[in-house]
Design a protein around this ligand. Sequence first.
Ligand code: FAD
Length: 481
Amino acid sequence: MNKFNASTSRRKLLMLAAAALSSGIVPVVGHSDDGGREDNESHNDHDAEGNYASGNNTTMALENTGLTGKVVVIGGGMAGVTVAKYLRLWGGSGIQVTLVETNPTYTSNIMSNLVLNNSRSVSSLNYGYTNVANKYGVVVKHASVVRLDTASKKVTLSDGSDLTYDRLVVAPGVDFMDAYGLTQADYETKTPHAWRAGPQTELLRTQLAGMPINGTFVMTIPKSPYRCPPGPYERACLVADYLKSYKGSTSKVIVLDENASIQAEVANFTEAFQNIHRGVIDYRAGVSNLQINPDTKAVSYTDQLGLTVAINPHVVNPIPPHRAAGSAVGEWLASASLNNSVSNGVTDGRWCVVDVLNYQSTAVADVHVIGDASSCGLPKAGHVANQEAKICADAIVRAIGGQQPDPAPVANSACYSPITANTASWLTAVYQYDASTRKMAVAANGGLTAGAKATEASSISASNFKQMSTWFNTLMSDSFA
Ligand SMILES: Cc1cc2nc3c(=O)[nH]c(=O)nc-3n(C[C@H](O)[C@H](O)[C@H](O)COP(=O)(O)OP(=O)(O)OC[C@H]3O[C@@H](n4cnc5c(N)ncnc54)[C@H](O)[C@@H]3O)c2cc1C
């Protein structure tokens, strides 16, 4: 197959994967700025405890499957909102689902790097909970979970109320750790990580806009696993593109990577660093002992040769190590022992280890963990979170019906990475369950193949950039519409 045909068919495959995400009943819509709307006000078929009145009033006619049960979902991000919707769609009207989400509006991290070069606004990335409440009859409660009692199957919310459950789905995303001499307050006000889209994304955009001509921007990348493997390299490219376009051709983007090498889309990011953004991006791998002064912005680190290096940039964007949200000592997730995985050697205790057949915690019964908070061998990505949510929803519905989970789940992952303001690369993979390791592994040629890797775009192109919107809108519709 010649190069053109290979790339064309890969693109088609990726589009098919994106299209397959949207089941026939889900319309494709763009973003919504309707955030702010209080879902519970317009959805009155449940009492304050979240218990349903009979014959609940959803615009989607849900089947009465005969299954009954009470599921609480913590976190209304990519994983949580998807599992809530599909539990109702597949489980039917007798499965009561309550979604607890801190914020009235979700801001997508996906595409948020495009805020930095002014291609998008933060508000264009906002999604509301009206659909999941009104269309599917999910009870949405805007509060934070502050306590989790897995013995009595009860969660306590920040408004003081309790919710009991038969099954709990934990999908809170990540928290960012104090690192490199920086605190949470420094991230909020001086050295934003902007690795959760929102005010920090705006702050970083403002700092970039205020950079002097031919100034220096430093960003750091934590050791894997971290949220969105290609994301930091994508950010480096977009910042470089912006700086050389508006702030001088000898501007510098110094990328300090705690990993030994680029973690995703190696060929295309190498091409971007060495050719497209040549002379602007300075990629330095294998750094350690990072220290950042939030006031002077002075950065120091140890390089691969063991030498101490000091830099004095104008703007610093640290992406600190992260962990399952709520899992720091004394927080609600830690007290539930969900991330007590240090001893089993699977993770370092930052993530909640799960069985990938049903996403049930290996530590606590009837609790499932999906999305970035889980440790399951799949990349921490929004598209993957959507897939994990569906496998989990299916497994919970089966369990309520007295069945075993699907013994051979399959998930796909797709991700577009803008390289400039109008070109992009992409990465895609199909993951299949490997019964010998009890993990999900990249599949190739229709089956498990040793050493198979995710496929990246054969080139960086403007047409990839155009397809990116279709993929993004389809994914967000499948989760939020
Ligand atoms: C810059 C950037 C670019 C990215 N690009 C891509 C991409 O191109 N493709 C891709 O697939 N992925 C991408 N990602 C990754 C993607 O955003 C995450 O993997 C995804 O959001 C994870 O979903 P989640 O549901 O686990 O967490 P989140 O989406 O973060 O959702 C967690 C939710 O839980 C809520 N919550 C937390 N604690 C509580 C509590 N105690 N009580 C109630 N609610 C709570 C939060 O408010 C939040 O709404 C990107 C990430 C970044 C930062």
